[in-house]
Write a protein that binds this ligand. Structure first.
Ligand SMILES: Cc1cc2nc3c(=O)[nH]c(=O)nc-3n(C[C@H](O)[C@H](O)[C@H](O)COP(=O)(O)OP(=O)(O)OC[C@H]3O[C@@H](n4cnc5c(N)ncnc54)[C@H](O)[C@@H]3O)c2cc1C
Length: 486
């Protein structure tokens, strides 16, 4: 960390990371600051992972324009950044004439938004596209351009690429204050560090209202809208070939059946306004609502397949559209707030849009000679053929050591995660998928802790689940023995 930055982006979720990567293609000194110990630990880790098909919002909204544009950017991004992404297609299922009328409006949105290949389906066509659908389906919508992605892995890749092209990532940097002089801001962190920057982009997700207040810029409120989801085993018979939506309500896209990019099935999410920006609880009532709604779409959905559940909070703002504008109060300060769904889909288009705003506001952008959009692809044990594995093991025997048996993750992949800077249990989990399978880390957690300790030199009692005080070990067996004898 040194000197004066041209641009500092606050928040390393998918939005801040996409902006950092975009700006790294220009001759600029850029900082990406994040309050957590790793990137993508906010809203961007707990979502449905859908690359939306461009039909839920009408073409007058900024969010629909950026959704459609963002969707189209993912094939190229996958080439460059190697994250799990499949353009599997999306279906919206209607079970009566009222729902079919809602679906027809979505179809019209899709046509107006120029969503590629969008199609209205009758009963036969939709069942043909997805035979696991409830046979009571009347018809629906097919959006072949929709897809699924591993969201945290996407963020990790964006940040790896940004860093490769010169962006400085500062984690554990919680912006709590700012001092403003003529042509720059000093950003102060809770731990006493500070940096200076000419321009600041506020991409702080749920906390973008607080950042705006710290900068004495626009006054707005971010209200969390909670979404609970359940993850089903990779062998669940509910796994569909396409993402299945119900006809939506006016507040939510509804509770879905989602085949995840890595082969498990997800059901949910709920949509409930809450006050607490840290409320990650799940409830029995919502569990029942999710499963009955999902089973209405796909009868094979079963509680017996549950692996785990989680909650994400959408950062909603009054007016319900994205709020992406240069501040009209503070110079060289850009607001990127209210980025709820489809923020993941729109992220690369938002990054482009923010770059354009910065340019109009006077930031000088000249392309960086030597910018390299590609990062290295880490081979995966479970995606490799026997011949590929033999070659990998011959070069690096750690590929022959399977650490996570449920997800088939080798020691080499865990070492790669740690060497990329993901040195907490959650960091390794989201980078590799280790501990995400049926046993949820029951078998491999201690093996992973040993690898992190060996690679970083940290002792076992220094290791954390996700930074801060989330230590994994706070007593040694000997401590208990001594206390018990006393
Ligand atoms: C349940 C659910 C399902 C969703 N499903 C989809 C979907 O299928 N498809 C889709 O397109 N979108 C979906 N979304 C929306 C999508 O997840 C969000 O739009 C997106 O992740 C928002 O990213 P972000 O970078 O703005 O926020 P975040 O990921 O929260 O990033 C903001 C970052 O700022 C950091 N920060 C905050 N305050 C400070 C500070 N003071 N100093 C430094 N750093 C700070 C935070 O720690 C955080 O990492 C879903 C959302 C939810 C909740």
């Amino acid at each position: 960390m040194s000197g004066l930055f041209d641009v500092t982006i606050i928040g390393a979720g998918v939005i801040g990371s996409a902006i950092a990567r975009k700006l790294s293609s220009y001759d600029l000194k850029i900082a990406l600051v994040e309050k957590e110990c790793d990137v993508s630990f906010g809203v961007s880790k707990a979502n449905s992972g859908i690359i939306h098909g461009g039909f839920h919002h009408d073409s007058t909204t900024l969010k629909s324009r950026l959704e459609v544009k963002g969707n189209l950017m993912f094939d190229q991004l996958k080439e460059e950044l190697h994250f799990p992404f499949h353009r599997c297609g999306i279906l919206v299922a209607a079970f009566n004439n009222d729902e079919m009328r809602t679906v027809e409006k979505l179809y019209q949105n899709g046509v107006n938004n120029k969503a590629i290949g969008i199609e209205l389906c009758n009963h036969e066509r939709i069942l043909n596209l997805e035979p696991k659908l409830n046979r009571d389906v009347v018809g629906g919508l097919y959006a072949p351009g929709g897809g699924i992605i591993e969201p945290y892995r996407f963020v990790f890749s964006l940040v790896e690429s940004a860093k490769k092209n010169g962006v400085e990532l500062l984690t554990d940097f919680k912006v709590t204050g700012r001092v403003e002089t003529d042509d720059r801001y000093r950003l102060e962190s809770a731990d006493g560090r500070s940096i200076e920057s000419k321009w600041v982009v506020n991409a702080a997700g749920l906390y973008s209202d607080e950042i705006s207040r710290i900068f004495e810029a626009e006054d707005f409120t971010i209200t969390p809208r909670k979404g609970e989801e359940f993850l089903l085993d990779r062998n669940a018979s509910a796994f569909t070939s396409k993402v299945i939506f119900p006809a939506p309500s006016h507040v939510s896209k509804g509770m879905l059946v989602i085949p995840t990019a890595e082969g498990t099935t997800m059901v949910g999410p709920t949509a409930q306004m809450v006050d607490d920006k840290q409320d990650a609880s799940t409830s029995k009532a919502n569990f029942q609502a999710i499963f009955s709604s999902a089973r209405r779409l796909v009868p094979a959905v079963s509680e017996r397949d549950i692996i785990t559940s989680f909650t994400g909070l959408r950062p909603t703002i009054e007016g319900d559209d994205f709020y992406i504008e240069a501040s009209s109060i503070k110079p060289r300060f850009v607001q990127v707030a209210g980025i709820q769904s489809p923020g993941l889909t729109a992220a690369p288009a938002i990054a482009d849009h923010v770059k354009d705003i910065l340019k109009v506001e006077g930031l000088s952008l000249s392309e960086k000679p030597g910018y390299d959009p590609y990062i290295e692809d880490v081979p995966r044990f479970r995606n490799s053929s026997k011949e590929e594995l033999d070659a990998l093991i011959a070069e690096n025997p750690a590929y022959g050591e399977v650490i996570c048996r449920c997800e088939n993750i080798s020691e080499a992949e865990i070492v790669a995660a740690v060497r990329q800077g993901h040195d907490t249990l959650d960091g390794v989990k989201f980078y590799t998928r280790a501990m995400m399978g049926r046993c949820q880390g029951g078998f491999c957690t201690h093996k992973i802790m040993k690898i992190i300790s060996r690679e970083t030199g940290m002792s076992m009692d220094e290791l954390t689940k996700r930074g801060g005080g989330s230590w994994l070990v706070n007593k040694k067996v000997g401590d208990f023995a001594l206390r018990d004898r006393a």
